[in-house]
Each structure stands twice: as C-alpha cells, then as structure tokens.
Design a protein around this ligand. Structure first.
Ligand SMILES: [Zn+2]
Ligand SMILES: [Zn+2]
Length: 353
C-alpha cells in the first residue's frame, strides 16, 4: 500500500510503499476513502507532548514506532475480510473506530477500548488513514455512516467522539443549566453542535479570540466570555449568572485550567480534554471542602461513536465545516493546520473515494 508516513520526527511526511496488511482472524481490511487531519497528528509528527514544568512525554517511549502512517479519522471501503470477520461485506463503507486496544482485556471486551492499558490506536500505534489501506482489528470497530457525508462522518471518530464523550461526563443537566466550554476552535464548535443536538439551551463559551467568539455565537453559543487577562473566572460566573456546575476545558493549558477551577461551583465538575500542555497546582483542602471533581477525558468508546452517528443521522447535528484535500497532499494539509490556517476540518480524500 501507498502511505504518506512519518519516517522521521519533525520532518515532512514521505510517500512510501508499505506492505498491504492481509487480514487474519476477525480483522477487516479497508481501502481508505476519507481521513481527517487532526491536531494531535502534529504532536505525533513532533514525537512529543509538553507536560508543563519543562517536562515532555516522548511518544517513542510510549511504544510509537516509525515509519507510521498517521490518520485516526478514517472512513473506508471493506476490501478483504479475515476468516472470522462477520457482519460486514465487501464494498461496505464504514467509519473506523480507531481507539482500539489489546482486544482481550475487560476494557476491550466491554467496549471501553479507549481505556485499555495497551493502546493500539489506529493512526498512532499502528498505521492509519494516511495510507491507501487500513486494517481494523474487529468488525465491531466499523460503523455504518449511512447517508452521512463521509468526509464529515470521518471526523466523528476523533473530534466528534472527543466532545461527545466529554459532554456525557457532565450530563445529565437541566437544559437551562449553563455548561461552560473553554475554547471555540474546532472542538468547541463541535461541542456547541452536540449540545444543541442534545437540546441543551445554555452554552457559555470562553475564548481569547474575538473572531472565534463570534464564530461560537454564530454556531449557537448563548453567551461568550473573553478569556484574556485577569478575572476570567469572574466573567465566567457573571455570564452564567452563578458559579457553573460543569466546565469542559477543550484547551486545557495552565491559564484555562486555573480560571476553570476558580469558577466552579461547590460540587462542580471540570472535564479536561485539550492537550495544550501545562500544569495545574491544586489547593487540596478546597477540593474536599468544595467537593469538586476534575476528570480527564480522552476520545471516546465505540458505543459513544455509534450514539453520535445516530444523532447525526437524525439530522439534529450541525455538520462541522470540512474542506477536502487530495490524500497525496497530506503533508501540506498538516502544515496548514500547524500554522493555524484552517477553519473547520481538513479531510484527506483518497483516490479510492
Ligand atoms: Zn484526533
Ligand atoms: Zn484491552
């Protein structure tokens, strides 16, 4: 198969030939048709995450090997089945759930694959959609997009379930209880769309950019808050009419985590999603006295992906604006994203599409 792969960290993707996988057991081979370009691909290309305080997490130490075809927002066409693969047939178009694990532990067998202690995520620890073919370990990781635009459906595998799973962690809430979203980039706009599809009415969005706040308002935010400078937590509380019970931090950097923590109501929950980098120092007695919860949220599970696709199929979910780019221009697409030149999502379109 042809791949546009990371051969060396911090260097451009290279177009290389890799062996086309031959599905065994329950595996299913798909020909890639669409693949979203995600911001975390830039971290994978760089090979590291900033953990704050001068510390970094090196992805090679986490088991990532090169060369690697990245790409974890994949839609493809089934082209070959392993002997034990059932439930799909040749020619089927499917979204590939990428956050797979070992396949045998309690997490994996209860469809909490993203909680597996041995992650084998497609496009991270094994080749993904920046290649002409992609291997899914099991048919249960394949979801029918139905009549959805496949370029949009691809993005549900990461940006979609990431916000959906984070929102589920603060739900249920009465429709008029303010839910605060920090960050009005791609994830933030997606989160607004999901909250609206869930018929939630009060959505407060914080961002440092006036342009992004305006985009959030157009997308359906009830109120927006300027996230720059001092007193952001007071502005959030004012916008909510009281201290908020639920905050989803899609940036999750040192500054946003601080004002989110300071804004929370007694019994409130902060869900941390973004991978911006940084650290938060916690006044421990306040955690107890205010009975706060801080919960991390990483992507989502296959059940959540199916629920999200169902929500989209009902027609209630405003699709994220996507721009398609030929798959062989994957490197350019990645560089445009790195340079902050992308609104919405770039999705690679393969020749097989
Ligand atoms: Zn992603
Ligand atoms: Zn597992």
């Amino acid at each position: 198969m042809r791949a546009w792969a990371v051969v060396e960290n911090d260097a451009p993707l290279q177009e290389i030939e890799l062996p086309t996988p031959d599905p065994t057991g329950t595996q299913v081979l798909l020909e890639t048709t669409y693949c979203g370009v995600c911001h975390s691909d830039i971290h994978i290309l760089e090979g590291r995450y900033d953990l704050g305080g001068g510390k970094v997490m090196n992805l090679k130490d986490r088991g990532l090997t090169l060369p690697l075809a990245m790409g974890h927002e994949v839609v493809g066409r089934v082209v070959k089945l392993g002997p034990q693969a059932t439930g799909v047939k040749l020619g089927d178009i499917r979204i590939v759930y990428p956050w797979v694990g070992c396949g045998t532990c309690a997490a994996c067998t209860s469809e909490e694959d993203n909680m597996c202690l041995v992650p084998k995520s497609i496009g991270v620890f094994q080749n993904g959609g920046y290649a002409t073919h992609v291997l899914a370990p099991h048919p249960r990781h394949l979801i029918d997009p139905g009549s959805l635009n496949p370029a949009v459906a691809a993005t549900y595998a990461c940006s979609g379930i990431t916000v959906y799973s984070a929102i589920k962690k603060v739900m249920p809430q009465p429709p008029d209880e303010p839910i605060v979203l920090i960050g009005a980039g791609g994830l933030g706009l997606n989160a607004i769309a999901v909250l609206k599809a869930l018929k939630h009415r009060s959505i407060v969005v914080v961002d440092i950019s006036a342009e992004k706040r305006a985009a959030a308002e157009r997308a359906g935010a009830t109120t927006t808050v300027d996230g720059t400078g001092e007193g952001v937590h007071r502005r959030i509380i004012a916008a909510c009419g009281a201290q908020p019970i639920a905050i989803i931090d899609l940036v999750n950097g040192t500054a946003t985590a601080r004002f989110a923590f300071d804004a929370l109501r007694k019994g409130g929950k902060l869900v941390q999603v973004g991978l911006f980098g940084g650290e938060l120092s916690l006044p421990l007695p306040l955690m107890a006295i205010r009975a706060l919860t801080i919960q991390g949220s990483y992507v989502g599970n296959p059940k959540e992906l199916r629920e999200l696709v169902r929500l989209a199929q009902q027609g209630d979910l405003q699709p994220l604006p996507v721009t398609t780019v030929p798959q062989n221009q994957a490197n350019d697409a990645l560089m445009r994203l790195r340079d902050g030149k992308v609104t919405g999502r770039l999705v690679l379109k393969a020749e097989a599409a």
